[in-house]
Design a protein around this ligand. Sequence first.
Ligand SMILES: [Zn+2]
Length: 83
Amino acid sequence: MTMTRNSNPRQEIICWQCNEQFSRLIPKNIDRWQTICPYCGAECAVDLKPYSTKKSVFRQGDSELDIHAQYNLPKIIRSNKVV
Ligand SMILES: [Zn+2]
């Protein structure tokens, strides 16, 4: 097995328009993305930036800093209207 699976966590999202809850995979390295509510079809903007905790972990080589983006996500995130 050479397949490497990134453990993209699923995130529970509340639609800003109809208040229904659904889950989506969190895209890798994206602080903010848009998805479509499966219930009402509204475009939902999901902003992970407020929950990101970027840490510099270790120095690699001469000057490269390995930055790991992590998120302290709540169980459910309320989406925003796409503007
Ligand atoms: Zn909806």
